[in-house]
Design a protein around this ligand. Structure first.
Ligand code: FES
Length: 104
């Protein structure tokens, strides 16, 4: 199992806000919403679009390429053309630091 990696400080992201971070050579989209942090692969399951460049709403991020929406809490694909979930990762906040641990 991978370890938690520090990726940002609390306050570095607006709320709602998003930031592209790197964890163990992997690009991860970190999202702050409603005072909570979420992390997911920066890859749309439709055709690899960069989700970090997409628009956020209260619970989803939209792929900038063809508009598929993903629930950033679960990774579920909510709208076409994506049909498969993208992977989400564990987050935690300690001492004003945001940490991410990659899912297996
Ligand atoms: S690449 Fe994301 S919707 Fe097509």
């Amino acid at each position: 199992m991978s370890e938690f990696t520090p990726v940002a400080t609390v306050g570095q992201l607006s709320d709602p806000g998003q930031l592209l971070v790197q964890v163990d050579q992997q690009l991860v989209l970190l999202i702050c919403a409603g005072g909570q942090y979420f992390a997911m692969d920066d890859v749309c399951t439709h055709d690899g679009g960069p989700l970090s460049e997409g628009a956020l709403d209260e619970s989803a991020v939209a792929c900038p390429r063809h508009g598929a929406k993903f629930d950033f809490r679960t990774g579920s694909a909510l709208t076409m053309p994506a049909t498969q979930a993208t992977k989400v990762h564990e987050t935690k906040v300690e001492d004003q630091q945001v940490w991410v641990r990659l899912a297996e």
